[in-house]
Ligand binder design. Structure first.
Ligand SMILES: [Zn+2]
Length: 113
């Protein structure tokens, strides 16, 4: 399960941060999941609930935001938002698009005590 390994990486990151910034517990986590990341926010939430049990993130509130997918259109020479990786350029209908982010999981904000 893809979401489970993402959550394990996330937890590693949190533990690293807690050592660096000397906090003991995480109370809120805000994550951004790109539209192209092939991550289901519900599955991510579920996986995180499993992985974080008895860790510093146990009981933390989890917010998941989904920023739009961005591509670069060669025909308009402009950055566009698209709903899926397979979409054409919404402005010119062009297909010469290259992804500009939106395919990863990012830790946006952390509240700690
Ligand atoms: Zn275009």
């Amino acid at each position: 399960m893809h979401e489970l390994s993402l959550c394990e990486r996330l937890l590693d990151l949190l533990q690293e941060e807690s050592r660096r910034h000397a906090f003991r517990r995480v109370t809120r986590i805000r994550l951004a999941v790109g539209q192209f990341a092939c991550v289901d926010p519900d599955a991510l939430r579920f996986a995180f609930d499993v992985v974080r049990r008895d860790t510093l993130a146990d009981g933390a509130a989890v917010d998941i935001v989904q920023p739009p997918g961005l591509v670069w259109c060669d025909d308009c020479a402009c950055e566009r938002e698209v709903p899926s990786r397979l979409a054409c350029c919404p402005t010119c209908g062009g297909q010469r698009l290259s992804p500009r982010g939106g395919d990863d999981l990012t830790l946006v904000e952390l509240e700690v005590v």
